[in-house]
Ligand binder design. Structure first.
Ligand code: HEC
Length: 139
């Protein structure tokens, strides 16, 4: 095999990219399931609760998974745009909004508040979209 050593990303960078992609994938699946429950008109809170808890826990960890050097320049397969580090304040603000809305989603699920769940879902969904539009590359 040819040696790519000179270009290889460090283990810490590789781990961060894998962690964020794996976590976003879980968040995406959980969020879709919650949306399906809401669409049904009578969300089953027993199904929703662990999903909302998982999203909130993962959202809180996400800021750790974007170290400098883990963008396109890493040579890894990633859709993270270099704008994340050029306009880091905006990115960090969106991460904070995600954490806030995910907490609200979790709180509504825990208390069985369907209207609150729906409102938090909409706010969270808007945050996913804002960040992807600006900071995630198309495939
Ligand atoms: C602060 C910015 C930000 C927010 C908020 C955000 N994302 Fe993302 N998301 C990204 C970036 C950047 C990537 C690309 C990561 C990579 O490829 O390294 C991504 C990737 C993904 C992926 C693809 C994962 C994979 O590689 O298979 C999914 C699914 C996803 N996000 C879902 C969501 C959902 C659902 C929400 C909201 C609940 C959300 N994201 C909120 C920035 C964000």
């Amino acid at each position: 095999m040819a040696s790519y050593a000179a270009y290889a990303a460090s283990p810490a960078i590789t781990d961060a990219v894998k962690s964020r992609q794996g976590s976003y994938k879980e968040i995406g699946g959980a969020f879709k399931s919650i949306n399906d429950e809401i669409k049904s008109g009578a969300p089953d809170m027993n199904s929703v609760r662990p999903l909302a808890r998982d999203i909130a826990a993962r959202a809180a960890l996400m800021p750790k998974f974007f170290p400098k050097g883990s963008g396109p320049e890493s040579g890894l397969k990633t859709r993270a745009k270099s704008e994340i580090w050029k306009d880091n304040a905006t990115f960090v603000k969106l991460q904070g909004e995600m954490i806030t809305h995910a907490r609200a989603l979790n709180a509504a699920a825990t208390s069985g508040n369907a209207a609150g769940l729906s409102a938090a879902r909409t706010a969270l969904g808007n945050t996913c979209k804002s960040c992807h539009d600006r900071f995630r590359a198309e495939i």
